[in-house]
Design a protein around this ligand. Structure first.
Ligand SMILES: [Fe+2]
Ligand SMILES: [Fe+2]
Length: 337
């Protein structure tokens, strides 16, 4: 019988790395095993624990939530060819801004460690002590938050720092003025979608589902970033640095796969349980999760892209127009669409 109950410290335990993860003199999380492979941080016990909980869920007749990043696979703006066209014309600020936005959004993930988890054991009819969702405030969310935002107290950089290192390798330090990301990555709405359960439980479900969508968007965006970094005709005077930057992004993607796996497991467990309703009854978790998820997916695939694309397009055209050869760049940009 596999272990299903874990202590906080176990779920945050690192591998005994053969080599620390250091790039450009900056200490980053994770490390390298004796065979040279990159091993994400805090996975010595966390990964086998996820496997054990997944197995237990399947034995109960459930399964991890089946969603994957393909659901967001619409055309993004700007496209990879458009971004490459800008770089070839020497307009390298938009891509620098993108890398900076991503780093700062990753940094916000640190709040996961501070997130108050509502009393799920009171809200759920079944015993959750041997499930992943019974360990959210016993290491799992802290581990996730540290992956994203790093551990400044120990001087170890997480994803935010990894993006800054990757960006500065390719561009050199202080290449452009600092920028702040917009706050439109999670759906903000105060509408009750699951009125039959307590507000704080709905808000927590909303948080988990939004986080999964953000992880999917990251998966797609990070792969695109790698394609750009690995294109031989851009950053031609810093090809080695661009390749290293793409490698750092690969390590981030490796870390993120554990986040997607965790969130799919949490939602899969919740779907297979029963929630206590406000009127003293019970409702199957899949009724709630599926209703919420379908609404969120509509927002993430239809409403939000439309909102963001119109906004980004406008700003991109304005930025291009400020260049002395703006007309030529605009033509190349539109032709690449
Ligand atoms: Fe991340
Ligand atoms: Fe993540």
């Amino acid at each position: 019988m596999a272990q299903l109950v874990y202590e906080y410290d176990e779920l945050l335990a690192d591998h005994d790395y053969a080599e620390p993860h250091i790039v450009a003199g900056r200490r980053l999380h994770g490390g390298f095993l004796a065979d040279g492979t990159y091993q994400p941080p805090r996975t010595l016990v966390r990964e086998p624990a996820l496997a054990a909980w997944e197995e237990a869920l399947r034995e109960r007749g459930g399964e991890p939530f089946a969603a994957n990043a393909n659901l967001l696979d619409g055309v993004r703006f700007p496209t990879i060819p458009q971004q490459l066209a800008l770089l070839r014309h020497g307009l390298d600020q938009p891509f620098w801004n993108t890398l900076t936005f991503v780093a700062k959004i990753e940094a916000k993930g640190a709040f996961l460690s501070m997130l108050p988890v509502p009393d799920l054991s009171a809200a759920i009819a079944e015993d959750i002590s041997e499930m992943a969702i019974g360990h959210l405030d016993r290491g799992l969310l802290d581990a996730h938050g540290l992956d994203e935002g790093g551990n400044p107290a120990l001087g170890i950089g997480g994803h935010d720092e990894m993006w800054f290192v990757a960006r500065d390798l390719v561009y050199g330090p202080d290449a452009h003025p600092d920028v702040e990301p917009d706050d439109n990555i999670a759906r903000e709405d105060s509408t009750r979608h699951l009125p039959e359960i307590g507000r704080e439980i709905e808000e927590f479900f909303s948080f988990l589902a939004n986080l999964l969508v953000i992880e999917f968007r990251a998966e797609i965006g990070f792969a695109e970033t790698q394609t750009i970094l690995r294109s031989p005709d851009v950053f031609t005077d810093r090809r080695a640095e661009a390749e290293t930057a793409a490698e750092i992004v690969e390590r981030i993607r490796t870390d993120e796969r554990i986040h997607v796996r965790s969130l799919n497991l949490y939602l899969g467990e919740l779907r297979h349980l029963h929630l206590r309703t406000n009127d003293g009854g019970q409702v199957p978790g899949h009724v709630l999760i599926d209703r919420f998820w379908n609404g969120l997916v509509h927002w993430a695939t239809v409403e939000q892209p439309r909102l963001v694309a119109a906004d980004t397009r406008q700003r991109m055209y304005e930025r291009i127009a400020r260049e002395s050869d703006g007309k030529a760049i605009r033509a190349a940009f539109d032709a690449a669409a």
